[in-house]
Design a protein around this ligand. Structure first.
Ligand SMILES: [Zn+2]
Length: 280
């Protein structure tokens, strides 16, 4: 990528052979800063056409059409990566359904949706200082990703579209968080990337408020997604329907959010705020 090359040239501290990206694995349950988890099956989608459903109540800070455009751009930033002259095989589209189920879940044998949701009530099982958490549902034995859900923590807002060089402190003394920064990072998890050991990469594990660097898929991130999905390695068939059919509503019971089922697990990945302050 041109921008990625630009970073190397301008900052000059990244040897071209250095790689720091990591792939999620079925054993990715503990955080070990500075190293990739290599145990377990590496996680990856096997289907090339993917869809997501946007929570139509959107963000309290931004109009739904703005949120919709940010999400589209975040996916496009990844799917437009050039892998040594070949494009990635992914096609991603938004499915507009009335999604009443706002919980991150996967139903074995039932309809599903890859949900992108904004939560006022942040579940206690998620890190308090996380801007967002992505649940990557996968089969444990072969690492195939079945479903991925992104939830954004409204309590770490306000979210904004910052100027390119970042957001400044607002009149209320709070620096807004850049929504494209958060979502580009989370979409990397959606595709099966874990945290990069390079803090400056889109997949760096934490982010100061107002940061915009993670809007961009940098060289390390691009090398990662190309290594996980070499062009031609995904099933050529295209079906945007989630596994088990398109989900629209929660079942009346048994909608447990993170309960691992036999052979199925969700890797929970967050982007942590640096110097975070809960909104009043
Ligand atoms: Zn993360």
């Amino acid at each position: 990528m041109l921008r990625a090359l630009g970073l190397v040239t301008v900052l000059g501290f990244v040897p071209s052979s250095a790689e720091a990206w990591c792939q999620l694995t079925s054993e990715n349950v503990e955080v070990r800063p500075g190293e990739c988890v290599t145990e377990g099956a590496p996680l990856r989608w096997e289907r090339r056409c993917l869809s997501y459903t946007l929570d139509t109540s959107g963000s309290p800070d931004l109009p739904i059409e703005t949120v919709r455009a940010v999400v589209q751009d975040a996916f496009a930033e990844w799917t437009s990566v050039d892998c040594d002259g070949s494009p990635l095989d992914f096609e991603v589209q938004e499915t507009e359904v009335l999604a009443e189920c706002r919980r991150a879940e996967h139903r074995s044998g039932g309809p599903n949706l890859n949900a992108i949701t904004f939560l006022d009530e942040w579940p206690s099982r998620y890190p308090e200082e996380a801007y967002a958490v992505t649940s990557v549902w996968h089969r444990v034995d072969d690492g195939e990703i079945l479903d991925a859900d992104i939830v954004v923590n409204n309590r770490l807002g306000p979210y904004a579209i910052c100027p390119d060089d970042g957001c400044e402190e607002g009149p209320d003394g709070v620096v807004p968080a850049d929504l494209p920064n958060v979502l580009t990072h989370e979409v990397g998890h959606f595709f099966g990337l874990a945290h990069s050991q390079f803090g400056w990469a889109a997949m760096g594990a934490s982010s100061p408020r107002g940061e915009t660097r993670k809007r961009t898929v940098w060289s390390d991130d691009a090398v990662g997604i190309c290594a996980i999905y070499p062009p031609g390695s995904l099933d050529t068939a295209c079906d945007f329907t989630p596994l088990g059919g398109q989900g629209t509503t929660c079942p009346k019971s048994g909608c447990s959010a993170t309960g691992a089922r036999p052979g199925l697990f969700a890797a929970l990945l967050a982007l942590l705020a640096v110097g975070w302050r809960r909104r009043r």
